[in-house]
Ligand binder design. Structure first.
Ligand SMILES: Cc1ncc(COP(=O)(O)O)c(C=O)c1O
Length: 286
């Protein structure tokens, strides 16, 4: 946990901290580690030698899982959304980790959470193959996300607001569930409305869950990184030494800065921004 020192925050009477989950591991970082931790334990305990999962062509989840599988000598079968572009550095990384890549067309990929579809897929693999859903979002992942909430409570006694980027919304939902109801949990949605509908995002659950969702800082959605966002990443690094990933955390932090300056938070607020990692994929693309 680090405090962000910024005179403008001090002048407004706001304290901003950043939870450096990006520092957990160079590849298995942030919420990927939180979600995978107890899945890995289950894989080891169950002596599973094969893991099956899903992801988009730049999936942070698949990169992290591939790294884990190398460490524990587990065979990973990754079902990729759309055709496999062998010049994509994330795909090249997966191949370097000996991941077995399978392409799924968009209509099949949409069935990734359908139990019947998953059963058919699993029938192509060994009996003790272990399934991890897209993004690592399963029941077991909740245990790791609860540990994040417990650490936050331990590190800052009086948190008023936690901010976190939203993809599938499983991380924000867990924080909302595991933090005290007096803490406001604010999610920054990185998809456009159209992308949300296409991805069948779980974001609606976050809304029902009582979280505050900020949708004004998606910067054109997943895969869009306009110049003002890239400039912000540069200046944030100069000011703090922290390199934000451009898909999730830079968008959240840009929004948080702007909202603080718009006086959206009461004077005296303690705000904790969770850095969910993910800049490994940016490094691969650099
Ligand atoms: C780096 C990073 N941060 C945040 C998220 C969003 O987390 P969630 O899908 O739990 O909302 C993701 C993935 O979706 C991610 O890769």
């Amino acid at each position: 946990m680090e405090r962000i020192k910024d005179d403008s925050f001090q002048n407004l009477g706001i304290s901003v901290y950043i939870k450096r989950d990006d520092l957990i591991h160079p590849v298995i970082s942030g919420n990927k580690w939180r979600k995978l931790k107890y899945n890995i334990q289950t894989i080891i305990d169950g002596q599973h030698t094969e893991v099956i999962s899903f992801g988009g062509p730049y999936s942070n989840h698949l990169l992290a899982l591939a790294e884990v599988c190398v460490i524990y000598n587990i065979k990973l079968h990754a079902y990729i959304r759309g055709s496999i572009d062998h010049s994509n550095p994330a795909i090249i990384f997966l191949q370097s980790k000996k991941v077995h890549l399978h392409s799924l067309d968009y209509s099949d990929y949409r069935k990734r959470n359908d139990p019947a579809f998953i059963d058919v897929l699993m029938s192509h693999h060994t009996d003790n193959a272990y399934f991890v859903p897209e993004g690592g979002n399963n029941e077991i992942a909740q245990k790791g996300l609860k540990e994040l909430a417990d650490e936050l409570k331990e590190q800052i006694a009086a948190i008023d607001c936690i901010t976190i980027p939203i993809g599938t919304a499983s991380s924000i939902n867990a924080l909302k569930q595991f933090m005290s109801s007096t803490v406001r949990v604010e999610g920054y949605c990185i998809f456009t409305d159209a992308q949300n509908r296409k991805q069948k995002s779980l974001m609606e659950h976050a809304v029902y869950n009582g979280s505050d969702i900020v949708c004004d800082y998606n910067f054109g959605g997943l895969g869009s990184y306009p110049d003002d966002l890239l400039e912000f990443i540069k200046s944030f690094k100069q000011r703090t030494g922290i390199i934000l990933d451009r898909s999730y955390n830079a968008k959240m932090m840009f929004g948080l800065y702007e909202r603080i300056h718009q006086k959206k938070y009461p004077e005296g607020s303690n705000i904790v921004a969770v850095n969910t990692g993910g800049n490994f994929v940016d490094k691969l693309q650099a």
